[in-house]
Design a protein around this ligand. Structure first.
Ligand code: ADP
Length: 405
């Protein structure tokens, strides 16, 4: 069965085609600058050179048509016809409380996703454009939606409620949802697999740290708490996002700097985090290089970032009354030797002992980087959200096929 995974943004669309026989990637690519002049299609058939095309692509339906053209292209394609696509899986950022797991797209599913537009105004409408585009171009194909929030729906009330008037939750669904759920789910399963231990018996802290960053406490295989909240602004310090701060800063800054609410919102989302403290970049590679070259602000940004990761690890070890596995994933977590070392350095009280040599080794494989006598297995686990989306899509499409037969 071939599964097409789509991550539709407002002006971009990423795709990956899987053959679920062996979970291999047949092709992947992206369409960028949809609706702007000179859109770019980048297509990579597995094992063959990348193809790049520049053209006008005005909306998502044309973008999907382009993707299908590439996938079935005489020279660059990997399929004979679009009929070889058995199902399509979409990444959807916000599933609110309506979705505890992935779901087949039906009129009811679409209605629920629309109801969540307010909670994720930058993401859910774009995903919906992706879904309707596929409906138009591949009518009748099974579509599945996989939510970033779904994995965190197991959080208990004490984790997900804010201590504000209850009416805000009841009227407006103001609560913590958490994000990166697909990644946290994938890496925790993979970690248990590599360790050869049942996930249900482990206390795990998963640190997904890239441009966006979140930590999750995973108890008995379920999300128990996570650092992102109602929106992906809460929690850890990020590339351009502040993470946790005193909410009183918002009205105070508006008043002192004569800013509007939307300006402060943009400041906290786009002009804070690593970028604000370093005054240099939101990119951890550049920050680290500048730090090694003696830049004091870059060093401060790096240390604040690491410190906040460490605080969350401590908090989650306390929340679960212990920790068996600490894992790092995403751009920074998978690649920054120095960040992992810095975070783990002050965690010996938890029994965490990093093996510096293992930590410094470069590999794309999931692996343990702690010493044999560390009471916590510290791991690097490359994330693969697309594969998890493909797996869920495969499972639900097969079930649906069986029901219809
Ligand atoms: P996104 O949240 O956009 O998916 P990624 O998970 O791709 O982000 O992470 C991007 C971040 O990872 C950037 O800050 C980048 O600098 C960082 N990164 C990638 N490689 C390295 C590296 N070798 N050392 C330090 N940081 C790295």
């Amino acid at each position: 069965m071939n599964i097409l995974v789509i991550n539709a943004g407002s002006s971009s669309l990423k795709y990956q085609l899987y053959d679920m026989k062996d979970e291999s990637v047949l092709a992947s690519g992206r369409v960028e600058r949809i609706g702007m002049d000179s859109s770019i299609v980048t297509h990579e058939p597995e094992g063959r050179p990348e193809v790049r095309i520049v053209d006008e692509i005005l909306e998502h339906t044309s973008a999907i048509k382009r993707v299908l053209d590439m996938l079935t292209h005489k020279e660059h394609g990997v399929l004979k016809s679009v009929e070889e696509i058995d199902a399509v899986g979409h990444r959807v950022v916000h599933g609110g409380e309506a979705f505890q797991e992935s779901a087949v797209v039906t009129p009811e599913t679409k209605l629920e996703i629309r109801k969540l537009f307010d909670l994720a105004p930058l993401h859910n409408p774009a995903h919906m454009m992706g879904i309707t585009a596929v409906e138009a171009v591949l009518p009748g194909v099974t579509q599945v939606v996989v939510f970033d929030t779904a994995f965190h729906q197991t959080m208990p009330q004490q984790s997900y409620l804010y201590p504000v008037p209850m009416v805000l939750y009841k009227r407006h669904a103001i609560r913590r949802y958490g994000f990166h759920g697909t990644s946290h789910a994938y890496v925790s399963e993979r970690a248990a697999e590599v360790l050869g231990r049942p996930l249900e018996e482990l206390k795990l802290v998963s640190c997904h740290i890239g441009n966006g960053a979140s930590a999750t406490a995973i108890l008995n295989g379920k999300s128990f708490d996570t650092s992102m909240g109602m929106t992906p602004l809460e929690g850890l310090m990020m590339g351009t996002r502040s993470g946790d701060l005193d909410p009183a800063i918002v009205p105070y800054t508006m008043n002192k700097e004569d800013l509007t609410l939307s300006e402060v919102n943009s400041m906290l989302n786009k002009h804070s985090g690593l970028l604000a403290i370093s005054g240099l970049s939101s990119d951890m590679r550049e920050i680290t290089e500048a730090m090694f070259d003696g830049d004091k602000n870059a060093k401060l940004a790096f240390e604040m970032y690491a410190y906040r990761v460490k605080k969350y690890i401590g908090a989650y070890a306390a929340a679960m009354n212990g920790i068996d596995v600490l894992l790092f994933t995403a751009g920074v977590g998978e690649n920054s030797v120095v960040l992992r070392e810095h975070v783990c350095e002050g965690l010996t009280f938890l029994g965490i002992k990093l093996d510096k040599e293992l930590n410094a080794q470069r590999s794309k494989e999931a692996r343990v980087i702690s010493t044999p006598d560390s009471s916590v297995a510290v791991m690097v686990v490359p994330t693969n959200e697309e594969l998890l989306i493909a797996r869920d899509t495969f499972k639900l499409a097969r079930q649906r096929g069986a029901e219809q037969a």
